[in-house]
Design a protein around this ligand. Structure first.
Ligand code: 2P0
Length: 330
């Protein structure tokens, strides 16, 4: 059976940066996010006897055994095969509608789509909670992409306790917006997985980071429920700066910011001084994501587009969790 799923990326409002247990892939701190409409991965999965090995094609390029991309997909397919007692090899074809590995969470939408489509193709009926645990094993942030609207990934102590759940559906706040500012489409130098592992080991502020981030996540849940826009923006921005401070104080240094990243940061700070309701957050890459409301999108988009280093501004609304579609990729 061929199953095709569309899943959205998400942006962390309070971040995940560091695994407590590398094998279980549980994080040091809980973290929160919003699933984004329009930054999506489409994935088709088929288990069949006609395949003599697992096959993985992403954006029309085949990744063979020995590549990180193939390994990531194979490990996830192996987990699904073990759980469902499937014996057949799988063909997986995926497409992203945004730049891969450049700071937009393609691993989140990718692993969410793969987990959801893979389980359906293997006729494995899991609850959303169980799916988020499985997606977490593939990529931590993917657990949050299985949730519609606003999500929290609970750190937990055991594998069963480390799952994502909904804070509020997208209908709770349809006017919430994220503007993705594309600074560079180049692939990043340090992948998040390797970077965060190094931060756990070497950053002198790692303990400050995860203790603050745990309390930030709990505060963020309440602020989202209250729809307290300005406090959400301030908290998200402060949390992002602390995460990057942790990355920058890692040995060797992890510096995701480019000159263009700082150009956008300074513009946002300037607008804040003028009393505008605009905040920034940044993940493992140079792109800046602006947190704002629908009423300000036209004005902010024009300002951001006028900056020399901004190549493109992508407007994202709160998005849905994964859904099955009928148009297969092969
Ligand atoms: C986040 N990031 O909370 C943070 C902010 C990057 C910076 O989750 O090793 O690709 O696959 O669990 O999920 C990126 O890390 O890492 C990430 P793995 P993942 O969105």
């Amino acid at each position: 059976m061929k199953v095709t799923v569309k899943a959205n990326a998400n942006i962390a409002l309070t971040k995940y940066w560091g695994k407590k247990d590398d094998k279980l892939k549980t994080p040091w701190n809980s973290n929160t996010s919003i699933t984004l409409d329009g930054l999506e991965t489409i994935t088709t999965v088929e288990f069949d006897q006609k395949y003599t090995c697992d096959i993985f094609i992403l954006d029309d390029k085949e990744y063979l055994e020995g590549t990180d991309e193939f390994k990531e997909v194979k490990e996830q397919i192996d987990i699904i095969r073990n759980k469902s007692n499937k014996k057949e090899f799988a063909k997986v074809v995926s497409k992203n509608n945004f730049p891969t590995a450049a700071g937009f969470a393609s691993s989140a939408s990718g692993l969410a789509a793969l987990t959801y489509a893979g389980c359906k193709a293997a006729e494995l009926n899991l609850s959303t909670k169980e799916l988020t645990i499985l997606a977490r094993m593939g990529s931590g942030s993917a657990s949050r992409s299985l949730i519609d609207g606003f999500a929290i990934w609970h750190a937990g102590e055991t594998s069963e306790e480390s799952f994502a759940s909904q804070i509020a559906p997208k209908e709770h706040w349809p006017e919430f917006r994220i503007l993705g500012c594309v600074i560079s489409k180049k692939q990043k130098k340090t992948k998040s997985r390797a970077g965060m592992a190094q931060s756990v080991k070497t950053s002198p502020i790692f303990k400050v980071w995860y203790e603050t981030a745990e309390s930030d996540a709990n505060k963020m849940v309440e602020l989202i429920k209250e729809k307290n826009f300005n406090e959400i923006g301030k908290l998200a921005q402060a949390n992002c700066i602390l995460m990057h401070a942790c990355a920058m104080t890692t040995n060797p240094t992890i510096m995701y910011w480019q000159p263009g990243t700082l150009e956008v940061i300074h513009k946002v700070l300037e607008l804040q001084d003028e009393g505008k309701e605009i905040y920034f957050t940044i993940d493992g890459g140079p792109q800046v994501k602006i947190i704002c409301q629908e009423k300000d999108v036209v004005e902010f988009k024009e300002i951001l587009n006028s900056l020399e280093s901004v190549q493109e501004v992508i407007v994202c609304k709160p998005g849905t969790g994964p859904r099955v579609i009928n148009e297969h990729l092969f």
